[in-house]
Design a protein around this ligand. Structure first.
Ligand SMILES: Cc1ncc(COP(=O)(O)O)c(C=O)c1O
Length: 413
């Protein structure tokens, strides 16, 4: 093992199996899979790892808390269909995701549609589908009410609340300030009063304060605050709260020094909150809405080494995949300081680290880095680089067309 200074250990590799030094996804050797793709890059998703992740979370949670999958994390059809089989519902953020969710056969009352800037066409589709529409503003409520009158349908609506608090120390803050998401909590009572006059079927509240948190204490605190806020706002509601979605924000370890969440305190608190809710909001279905936590660990991005070179003492492994396929791993999707995702040589999983290298893609830009100064077994042309924690915000969050290389294949195994 090569270590440099006192740098922290890379984030752990999720529990994929290996055989004879080859990484296995869904029980199949990635070396064989990539061979069938003539060496081209791919994203592979392991169904069993998703199932294990969902089951272990459910184990700790009270049975009243429903788990919804946020489709934006990974909208691949087979991934969505697997996750909808093992969760209780889907959250969508566009008309495209809505179509996908409906096609899975999920019941409309178990699909919610959130996101700022829903067009009138989006709202029409959502009303026709009968899903829960999470209102992001007073203007959106007005437009929806007009559509409801035209169609003589009372759509199910929840108010997405922009809370005054935030999810502390998280990768994604979506509360606690001026934001385009939801209605500021101070304005919600007034909005609910207006809603009482409109042909809208009030369902409940959606409170999403942030994402990608590895701090159990912060995640727990946000749930307590979200429930307290919902109890308070319920006093102004035009009807009983039948749906309370308190987001989630559970993160996964991407970078050195990070470890998977331990959730015993979080789940114990969810039991207390569910008990309190049974008394204060007896009709409410309670929902946690998670994306990356359910799917990121199950995904691996693979590409092949096409060149090995040394420049002024630094060794580069040049691959046929890179930032155009995996923007997040290259550090160009919202990272302020670039950090490495966990990586390995997928066909040398049983070999010790022997050298420090940087893994770069084929694009003519210094931004095209998959891993910088990482310790790995010695690897050369034809070997496979695996980038882990790639099941969420990978394929669809990347600019495939940049430099006109072929897009990666996706497979759910
Ligand atoms: C409203 C909403 N729900 C769910 C998610 C999914 O977050 P994550 O994938 O971090 O769980 C997001 C992410 O931006 C979101 O905005």
């Amino acid at each position: 093992m090569i270590t440099k200074g006192r740098s922290p250990q890379p984030a752990p590799i999720p529990p994929f199996a290996t055989s004879d030094g080859n990484l296995l996804v869904g029980g199949r050797s990635v070396t064989d899979i990539v061979a069938t793709l003539q060496g081209q890059p791919c994203y592979l998703y392991d169904r069993q790892l998703m199932t294990t992740q969902v089951a272990s979370l459910r184990n700790g949670l009270p049975s009243e808390i429903k788990l919804h999958y946020a489709v934006k994390a990974n909208p691949m059809r087979e991934v969505v269909s697997h996750l909808c089989d093992i969760t209780d519902g889907l959250d969508v953020a566009s008309a495209g995701e809505l179509q996908l969710a409906i096609a899975t056969g999920t019941r409309p009352e178990n699909i919610s549609f959130a996101g700022p800037g829903k067009s009138s066409q989006d709202l029409h589709s959502a009303v026709e589908a009968g899903v829960i529409i999470c209102l992001e503003s007073a203007g959106e409520m007005e437009r929806l009410a007009q559509i409801a009158r035209q169609k003589s349908i009372r759509p199910k609506v929840a108010v997405r609340v922009n809370p005054a608090f935030e999810l502390k120390i998280s990768g994604l803050k979506m509360g606690g300030g001026a934001l385009p998401f939801g209605v500021d909590e101070e304005q919600v009572p007034g909005l609910l009063q207006q809603m009482a006059e409109l042909p809208l079927d009030f369902y409940g509240f959606h409170i999403f304060a942030g994402g990608q948190s590895l701090r159990e204490d912060a995640l727990t605190e946000v749930q307590i605050k979200s429930y307290q806020l919902a109890f308070k706002l319920a006093e102004h509601a035009p009807g009983p709260v039948r749906w309370l979605n308190t987001g989630g924000g559970l993160g996964v370890p991407y970078f050195a020094g990070e470890s998977p969440l331990q959730l015993s305190k979080f789940t114990a608190t969810m039991h207390t909150l569910a008990n309190e809710s049974r008394v204060r909001l007896p009709q409410a279905e309670l929902v946690l809405e998670l994306g990356r936590y359910l799917v990121a660990p199950a995904g691996v991005y693979l590409c092949q080494i096409v060149d090995r070179k040394v420049s002024r003492g630094k060794t580069f492994l040049v691959t046929n995949g890179g930032m155009h396929h995996h923007l997040a791993a290259s550090g160009n999707l919202g990272q302020v300081i670039r950090k490495n995702y966990p990586v390995a040589i997928a066909n040398r999983m049983n070999e010790p680290d022997r050298e420090q290298v940087s893994i770069v893609g084929p694009l003519c830009t210094p931004l095209d880095i998959l891993a910088d100064n990482v310790s790995l077994p010695r690897a050369g042309i034809g070997d496979l680089v695996a980038v882990f924690q790639s099941g969420a915000y990978g394929y669809t969050a990347s600019p495939h067309q940049f430099l006109s290389h072929p897009p990666p294949t996706e497979m759910c195994l």
